[in-house]
Design a protein around this ligand. Structure first.
Ligand code: MF3
Ligand code: CO
Length: 264
């Protein structure tokens, strides 16, 4: 069953998403050679505590940390440990925030160092652009598959491997809700998008294989061919017929619409 969100719910998820976005903004300048993933995770714990929020990942199906931090060929769900960042790494930071019971989910991928090689630029730019193409395709009364197809088109354009076994999802009242949001055309016309949907759109792509392998920790997924991977994700609402990004402090339109006290 898919539970629709009210205007007030979307405002709550937007507030959660603003805390999340500010945590991304605080972490980004910390992604320097020598810092460990665990140090970043500890910073997230303190940040969320000061905000009166908590991680939506900690304890989810027994997940042991606040954040997911995935290095290089790790696609998603890297468990932060002692591993230190080094120049040349591709690092994905995936955050989930629970603020007053409203859940937001958003990921960004970075290159550690100054001049990313051309293939890494293509990986980061292509995956990020596919997310924004997917968001732009979110339209009420249209198939959700339009979002999936838009993502796929951009990933294919950039000659990236689409990680087909992992998907986006509904979010807001809990971390993983209906519907499933594929990053490739799933075929068919169902489901149809409606106002009141809130979904996490999250393309994951690699410089090589579309296949993944689950690590021994039973969380972390790596690319089957050890090629590097990227992951970009926003929590997005469908409202007044179109998509609104709830996990970006820089989105002035969403702030205007959902940031005030005003009603539906
Ligand atoms: N963003 C991830 C996802 O949507 C959530 C990490 S899983 C968790 O699958 F267990 F860490 F929460
Ligand atoms: Co997600």
């Amino acid at each position: 069953m898919l539970r629709l969100k009210s205007f007030a719910d979307i405002q709550g998820i937007w507030r959660s998403g603003q805390v999340l976005s500010r945590l991304h903004e605080a972490l980004a300048p910390m992604l320097q050679p020598g810092v460990s993933a665990l140090e970043l995770d500890d910073f997230a714990r303190g940040f969320l505590e000061r905000e009166g929020a908590k991680s939506a990942f900690l304890g989810y199906k027994g997940y042991p940390r606040q954040t997911c931090i995935s290095f290089n060929d790790e696609v998603v769900h890297g468990i932060p440990g002692q591993q230190k960042l080094k120049a040349g790494d591709v690092v994905s930071i995936d955050l989930g925030v629970d603020l007053g019971g409203y859940i937001s989910d958003s990921a960004r991928t970075y290159y550690v160092g100054d001049d990313p090689p051309a293939d890494i630029q293509r990986l980061l730019k292509g995956t990020r652009e596919s997310l924004y193409a997917g968001i732009a395709a979110l339209t009420a009364r249209q198939p959700l598959a339009n979002v999936s197809r838009a993502i796929q088109r951009v990933l294919v354009q950039h000659q990236l491997g689409i990680i087909m076994e992992l998907t986006g999802h509904g979010v807001g009242f809990s971390l993983h809700e209906e519907p499933t949001v594929y990053n490739f055309d799933p075929g068919g016309r169902r489901p149809i998008v409606q106002d009141g949907w809130v979904i996490a759109i999250e393309p994951m792509a690699s410089l090589g294989s579309t296949q993944i392998i689950l690590a021994a920790d039973n969380w972390c997924y790596r690319t089957a061919d050890a090629s590097r991977a990227a992951h970009f994700e926003h929590t997005v609402a469908c409202w007044e017929g179109r998509g609104w990004i709830l996990t970006d402090t820089q989105d002035a339109e969403a702030r205007e619409r959902f940031g005030g006290a005003g009603g539906g």
